[in-house]
Design a protein around this ligand. Structure first.
Ligand code: PLP
Length: 371
């Protein structure tokens, strides 16, 4: 007898978006100068030796690691958040390592007990995993950038993402304060995905947990930090969530039972990465240079760049459907991500990642300039 899947969870979810650009990828790959893949924001520069040594230094340890992470890792996270982003008053107990932040985001609504009948608010143009998390939990999902769009309703969870993937837009202190006070009036949890907080090009990006935003009161607030982009640790799967001690304790409790544990050598690598700002700033400068080259070339080729004041992407448009732009770029051997991946409001943009080697970025610029 064959096995019967009674309820296919995958049927709740959209098509995996990257599978839908296979044709554009093949076209770009056929370029005689080779593909310049600017579609996925995956790091290409090597992991810093400081981090690799920390990983290797504990590779003989055989025992189970703890779900809450080592005291050293949590202390390093608290110190890094203070040094880098001015977050004060956070207790190491209110930090929880995660196996890359994507798994946390996809599981968060469920881990927080949300389900049918709960409203979850996500940005209009958003990293797709917020929606996935809501769908997996059975929530109703509302795409809204302004609080007035929520009307009189009481969301259970509001996701924000500043700097944004894909737009690079930064939410300022005033905006964040309004979100916090709205959420507190309505009894909502606010989760801020701060994956790109360390990659700002114009001005600064405040954290949800910054005292200017929350007055030092973390109640109902969670900040999600990935080490994938700022420390090139996408392959290690390394991130953490921090904020409201009660919410973090609840997440810890459920994750302990589920075996959601960051491997011990990765915890050691994360501790080293969080303790060192020099490798982070070297990486930021690499991206800054690539961003300038690409921005100039795209604008020269007739693109308008919107937002993009921070983060790892240029949010670019030629005022036409994103598929048309995707194909135009693919003919030049350049692969981007179509804006509609991120919501209907992205239908006329493409997202161009800064994550390619200098030589590939230069090749893209040359092709765009002669297009
Ligand atoms: C906005 C945003 N959040 C979270 C993630 C997930 O990062 P990771 O799972 O590598 O920590 C990404 C990855 O691209 C992202 O763009």
């Amino acid at each position: 007898m064959s096995v019967v899947l009674r309820n296919r969870v995958s049927s709740l979810l959209p098509d995996f978006p990257w599978d839908t650009i296979a044709e554009a990828r093949a076209r770009a790959a056929a370029h005689p100068g080779g593909i310049v893949d600017l579609s996925v924001g995956t790091p290409v520069d090597p992991v810093d030796p400081l981090i690799r040594d920390a990983l290797a230094s504990v590779s003989e340890v055989p025992g189970y690691p703890t779900t809450h992470g080592t005291p050293e890792l949590r202390a390093a996270a608290v110190e890094a958040l203070k040094r880098r982003y001015g977050i004060t008053g956070l207790s190491p107990a209110a930090v929880l390592p995660v196996i890359g932040t994507k798994e946390l985001i996809a599981g968060l609504p469920r881990l927080l007990g949300l389900g049918a009948g709960d409203l979850m608010v996500i940005p209009e143009i958003a990293y797709p995993t917020y929606e996935v998390g809501g769908l997996l939990a059975g929530c109703e999902i509302l795409r809204a950038d302004s609080l007035t769009q929520i009307g009189p309703r009481n969301p259970a969870l509001i996701f924000i993402n500043s700097p944004s993937n894909p737009t690079g837009k930064v939410l300022g202190v005033d905006h964040l304060r309004k979100v916090v006070s709205f959420a507190r009036e309505r009894g909502a949890i606010v989760t801020s995905d701060e994956c790109y907080l360390g990659l700002t090009w114009e001005g600064r990006a405040p954290s949800l947990l910054n005292p200017e935003v929350c007055d030092g009161d973390f109640t109902g607030l969670l900040a999600v930090h990935s080490l994938s982009k700022t420390s090139n640790l996408a392959s290690y799967r390394a991130g953490f969530v921090a904020g409201d001690p009660e919410l973090v304790a609840e997440l810890l409790e459920v994750r302990k039972h589920s075996g959601m544990i960051v491997p011990f050598p990765i915890q050691a690598a994360m501790t080293a990465a969080l303790g060192d700002d020099a490798h982070e700033s070297r990486q930021r400068e690499r991206y800054r240079t690539r961003r300038e080259v690409l921005r100039k070339a795209l604008e020269g080729a007739g693109f308008r760049i919107d937002d993009s004041e921070a983060g790892l992407y240029l949010w670019a448009t030629r005022g036409e459907p994103s598929r048309t732009t995707l194909n135009w770029l693919a003919n030049l051997g350049i692969l981007a991500a179509p804006g509609h991946f991120y919501g209907p409001a992205g239908a006329k943009h493409v997202r161009v990642a800064l994550t390619a080697a200098d030589e590939r970025i230069a090749a893209a610029a040359t092709r765009l300039t002669s297009a």
